[in-house]
Design a protein around this ligand. Sequence first.
Ligand code: RB5
Length: 145
Amino acid sequence: MIAIGSDHGGFALKEEIKKHLAEQQIPYEDFGTYSTDSVDYPLIAEKVCAAIVDGKCEKGILCCGTGIGISMAANKIHGIRAALCSDYFSAKYTRLHNDANVICMGGRTIGPGLALELVDVFLRTPFEGGRHARRVEQLMKLEEK
Ligand code: RB5
């Protein structure tokens, strides 16, 4: 199950991504927002990330205008490794090397064609483990600081 959410700046992109997931029969839960009315992105990030931390959803997709605010919010939540992506290589390697569990994108910075490619590679790429597992463990220990 994929958790998905956006603020108003990422709403249109979120709707495109939902269609794309549905076409591939990938189950998702939409945590809002549900219109283009202005909303605060930290509240959406909180809902999507809670679903992941609780184990209800495996991975998350978050969109805001730039992807920056919503990725900052997501990375404040313990257990979340959110990656702001706007290129294919980063979306792939953040899974292989960082075991990212949330991808963030900007609805005002990238087009839907690219965004759907990023979603696909993010969702299908496994974590490589090995030396990267040690680094991810070190990363997660920083949450105790
Ligand atoms: C909302 O206007 C905008 O600030 C938000 O979508 C995002 O880009 C923040 O980082």
